[in-house]
Design a protein around this ligand. Sequence first.
Ligand code: FMN
Length: 229
Amino acid sequence: MHQMRSKVRLDTAMTNRDDIAAMRRQYGQVGLVEEDLPKNPITLFDTWLKDAAANEIVVEANAMVLSTVADNQPTSRTVLLKDLTQDGFTFFSNYNSRKAGEIAKNNKVSLVFPWYPLERQVIVIGLASKLSKAESEKYFATRPRGSQIGAWASAQSSELSSRAELEKKFAEFEKKWPEGEQIPMPDFWGGYVVKPESIEFWQGRYSRLHDRIRYIRQDNNWLIKRLNP
Ligand SMILES: Cc1cc2nc3c(=O)[nH]c(=O)nc-3n(C[C@H](O)[C@H](O)[C@H](O)COP(=O)(O)O)c2cc1C
């Protein structure tokens, strides 16, 4: 019998546990060599981001897993990197969301860029702060109309009674601003910049002798340390 297309197919058989344990890749990438490392980790990050974006297997090269901790409970979710400067890593979200509430309590966060097809990972640890309203508005104005309306319609992270409720709100906001009219940024929406305190680059190598290079901020400079894999 055919599955209904709209239904998610659930396999009844679990993946064999031995098969999971045997999932192993040979890592052979060119490594990270001290002499070649730039003094500034943002330079190296930018090179790796470009490599990820150019790789056709990597989807969403700018996706990063943001972890926050409030009341001793870490939580994680994916967000998209939307700007990169010497000030840090920028993403946009709803200022009433769970993550926003957690950042308000504790702005120490971490970001993970999982670039598995490149056998690379970058971990950023730093402090999140809100972007200025003007900077957020500048980005909001570049978003497609549907995303702008979506920002108004979604009270991100709060409970919904049904999908229909969300679609109704979307339709209402769509009517409020006819096509072609500029949509203002909601005041509950905007960006954060994560100022890095450390940035660690992981490159898969042979025999699990992976390279781990951690840059640690020290005043206006960066210390570079190699770590055991
Ligand atoms: C690929 C991908 C990209 C995403 N990008 C964003 C983003 O840029 N901003 C955002 O608020 N949520 C983004 N999300 C949704 C978040 O992962 C998350 O569900 C949402 O922000 C609510 O998180 P919270 O309840 O912990 O605040 C993205 C999800 C995925 C899978």
